[in-house]
Design a protein around this ligand. Structure first.
Ligand SMILES: [Fe+2]
Length: 357
């Protein structure tokens, strides 16, 4: 019998950063993780005429784990030292492969630390901090206890799925309450966890980690001039729409599209947890249908969205899952509010649309 909380989050499906140099970021991603190269979207005259965002998404076998980047409109300021800047994204690796990963990072001249043993963020294991050419930071994470499914999808260099994401928060309790209410995750208590650290353990594997900070993380989409960096959280496919409905009932929608609001940094930092427009063709259609966005923000300007997951094993385990994209829910969403006969509902959208992330 399934006793998990309603709307429980099972994994981090994808993590997306900003970049000032898309081709350099893709080279870095391929070299540092062994992920297969994918085309950069937006580099055609036709795309430029349509103002398509310049982006690239790279995915693990099966597509239930991805990383991506969006070209940003302004230059990033310098990042903090390795292991200090936020947000960060971690990837599972096997403990016996640590030296192999260090050698590969050296070979490709990727900035990294040594392997460091730690239990500060809720799990015991070994971490290697590293960075991309833009100064976005990442971690290879070799846990003492590997969750089921973590290495079942892996790159050809044996980098497994996303293990965790680390964000800054000015008030840990606000974010703890938010994720408890809307994502079915209770804050974890562990005496080994570092002070000022909130560990939110996901149902199948992986963690969301918040570190108490004085200032909002620079590189997040609800802050400053930046766009589109976000984290996607996997819920069971049948929980996808109910999870959004609960959120829409409980938190406000952003007042308007960020570019139209023209808020100061201080005003952006003061915004509450909220839902908002997901700047993709599907997200725009979504908001047209129901007047609510399928992106949501925590209390510290980080953006997220849910993604549906269909278990791949007969026992209903979410250790391995097939991702169900937002667009597959559009018709159900429209039906649920009596708009299913709306003409052109699915126009321009399809399984092969690369912009639905
Ligand atoms: Fe996404």
């Amino acid at each position: 019998m399934n006793t998990e909380p309603r709307g429980a989050v099972h994994w981090i499906d994808h993590f997306v950063v900003g970049t000032n140099n898309m081709s350099a970021w893709v080279d870095w991603a391929v070299n540092s993780t062994g992920i297969a190269r994918q085309p950069i979207i937006g580099l055609t005259t036709a795309a430029r005429k349509r103002n398509i965002k310049i982006t690239s998404f790279l995915w693990w076998e099966g597509g239930s784990c991805r990383i991506g980047a969006f070209l940003q409109p302004e230059f990033y300021p310098p990042a903090k030292e390795l292991g200090k800047d936020l947000p960060r994204c971690g990837f599972y690796i096997r403990p016996e492969d640590i030296d192999k990963h260090l050698r590969r990072l050296d070979r490709h001249k990727v900035l990294h630390t040594d392997a460091i043993r730690t239990a500060a963020d809720g799990d015991e294991g070994t971490v290697i901090y590293f960075a991309d050419p833009d100064g976005n930071q990442y971690e290879f994470w070799a846990p003492v206890q590997m969750p089921e499914g973590a290495m079942d999808i892996a790159t050809e260099e044996s980098v497994g799925r996303i293990s965790h994401a680390v964000f800054g928060a000015r008030d840990l309790q606000k974010n703890a309450a938010f994720f408890a209410k809307y994502c079915g995750i209770e804050a974890e208590q562990d005496s080994k966890t570092a002070e000022g650290t909130l560990v939110l353990r996901l149902r199948a594997g992986g963690r969301l980690i918040y570190k108490r900070v004085d200032q909002v993380d620079e590189r997040c989409s609800g802050h400053g001039t930046w766009w589109d960096m976000h984290t996607a959280l996997t819920v069971r496919q049948e929980e996808f729409l109910p999870s959004y409905r609960k959120m829409w009932d409980g938190i406000p929608e952003e007042k308007a599209y960020k570019a139209d609001l023209n808020l100061t940094i201080a005003e952006q930092e003061a915004l509450p947890a909220r839902t908002g427009l997901h700047r993709s063709p599907v997200g725009i259609r979504w908001k047209e249908i129901c007047s609510r966005g399928d992106e949501f923000y925590d209390w510290d300007c980080h953006s997220f969205h849910f993604i549906g997951g269909k278990p791949l094993s007969a026992n209903d385990s979410m250790a391995r899952y097939e991702a169900i994209e937002q667009e597959d829910y559009l018709l159900e969403l429209a039906q649920s509010i009596g708009k299913a006969d709306q003409p052109d509902l699915m126009k321009g959208l399809g399984k092969d649309n690369p912009f639905n992330l």
